[in-house]
Design a protein around this ligand. Structure first.
Ligand code: SAM
Ligand code: SF4
Length: 474
């Protein structure tokens, strides 16, 4: 079924079209870049201001290698000044690969008869969650194909099942969702199950291309998808994640599309989306997607740096689609969340721990490191792996925005909470060597605390974690 605008059930303001391909192309074609401008724009972002479309276009049109390096340095500086040294970890959990849509880039598309279709039963799901908890995971994103079976009631049921699992000291404290757009009623049902972020990626903001790569099914309706997160807002879900799938169309167009989507949120809801994702298309079973718009590593790292500067207060998510080397470089541009110990096969965490099979998964991942390997490497780099969920559970929504805008917020909340969740991990799941390194990192971080009061409280809580108390946070 293709929905008509009346069925969107959102305000007139939210429904005003906000993506204008001609406007975006005009900006790309006609915006000039020069040294003075680029430096001013980087400074504007470092002064904690979001960039407008024109300013973003200047950065996109910068081809001078020296200036591109300055843009990357700017992103690093922004990260160091504002976000500090925490990386939040999560894992994806695929619930089912039935799908009525025909997205040419995706292994789950309805016409791919080689894909083995499976939907986890609640018992299967619980087994997957136990396996994830037993490695130390605390935050999951549930992922679904688009199918009448995966309706709002089903999504809500799976979310509740995940929260109910307690294996040993384990628990999942935050369940995010990446699933097809719902109507307002559907979003309300899912909200009640206690989700964190609801992610819907537009894939491409270029409508003509959108039609070329979404051949049939509900997803073919560009506007139904573009207004998805407006309906989520209408239903009370204010924690939403946007994204574009890089490789479908010109990457500069998609960056401006994402920035335009952020502006739309700010204009209508007074707050931007919680997170931005920028997956690059990867191989999938039987896909014959044209290579025309594939994004090189060089352009990819550049576009992530530009996005960081363009929307300095938005959380950025980088997944195991990317190989470890790229992930390591991009982490320094202020990525806030990465997945670890990822397996995207259906039943991957219980039955297929040993490898990938494109006929049972959506696409190829390129970072197979275990959760502990990733944690160990982050610690070696002086970064704090964090499983913190405290904002969400203390009712402080929009944590990335608060980190960015409330002076001292990171020092008072984020960093201490990251250290507490790291200590829990070290106590419950880490091998001896990681545990030693981890506590070494914790004492280094403690040694530079200048707020004596806070430090005392944190040391007290860390002692309690060592003595078996769990889930302590500020
Ligand atoms: N089926 C829902 C939908 O399409 O919105 C849920 C999301 S889908 C399972 C998750 C995301 O994976 C898609 O939005 C798309 O951006 C991404 N994806 C699909 N095929 C991909 C591929 N070949 N490489 C990388 N990412 C891909
Ligand atoms: Fe289905 Fe989503 Fe894959 Fe499209 S991207 S075929 S909607 S699972």
């Amino acid at each position: 079924m293709i929905y008509s605008p009346q069925q969107y059930n959102i305000s007139d303001e939210a429904q005003k079209p906000f993506i204008d391909a001609r406007e975006i192309w005009n900006l790309i074609r006609n915006t000039k870049s020069d040294k003075i401008l680029v430096r001013e724009i980087i400074q504007k972002s470092l002064d904690k201001n979001r960039l407008n479309l024109q300013e973003t276009a200047v950065l996109l049109n910068t081809t001078d290698q020296g200036l591109i390096e300055e843009i990357k340095q700017g992103a690093k500086e922004l990260k160091n000044r504002i976000y500090g040294d925490r990386i939040v970890l999560f894992a994806p959990l695929y619930v089912g690969n039935l799908c009525i849509n025909n997205c040419v880039y995706c292994g789950f598309r309805s016409t791919n008869t080689d894909q083995k279709r499976t939907t986890l039963t609640i018992e299967d799901l619980i087994r997957e969650v136990v396996a994830l908890q037993d490695t130390g995971q605390k935050r999951l994103i549930l992922v679904y194909g688009e199918h009448p079976r995966y309706n709002a009631g089903f999504i809500a049921e799976t979310v509740k099942a995940v929260y109910s699992v307690k294996s040993g000291p384990g628990e999942i404290r935050r369940v995010n969702i990446n699933a097809a757009p719902l109507d307002v009623e559907g979003f309300k049902t899912v909200k009640e199950s206690g989700i964190g972020t609801y992610q819907v990626f537009q894939e491409t903001y270029h409508e003509e291309t959108y039609k070329k790569v979404h051949l049939s099914g509900i997803k073919r309706d560009f506007n139904w998808r573009l207004t998805a997160l407006d309906r989520a807002q209408e239903a009370g879900i204010d924690d939403v994640g946007i994204g574009a799938l890089f490789g479908l169309y010109d990457w500069r167009f998609e960056v401006l599309g994402l920035v335009r989507h952020v502006n739309h949120f700010e204009a209508v809801y007074n707050v931007g989306p919680h997170t931005i994702s920028f997956p690059r298309v990867k191989d999938s079973s039987n896909s014959d997607l044209s290579q025309e718009y594939m994004v090189s590593d060089e352009d990819f790292t550049r576009l992530v740096a530009i996005l960081r500067l363009a929307v300095p207060y938005t959380g950025m998510i980088l997944t195991a689609r990317e190989p470890a080397a790229i992930r390591d470089e991009i982490l320094s541009f202020g990525v806030s969340q990465i997945d670890g110990g990822t397996n995207i096969q259906i039943k991957g965490y219980t039955e297929h721990a040993d490898g990938q099979d494109l006929n049972q998964e959506q696409f190829q991942i390129n970072d197979n490191r275990s959760l502990n390997e990733i944690i160990d490497e982050l610690i070696s780099k002086g970064l704090i792996p964090s499983f913190c969920t405290s904002c969400y559970r203390a009712g402080r929504t929009g944590e990335h925005f608060m980190e960015f805008s409330v002076p001292g917020f990171i020092k008072r909340f984020c960093q201490p909470n990251a250290l507490l969740t790291l200590a829990e991990y070290l106590e419950d799941y880490a091998p001896v060597e990681t545990k030693e390194k981890g506590y070494q990192l914790i004492s280094e971080k403690l040694s530079i605390y200048d707020d004596f009061n806070l430090k005392e409280k944190l040391v007290e809580k860390l002692e309690k974690v060592k003595n078996g108390e769990r889930d302590l946070y500020f």
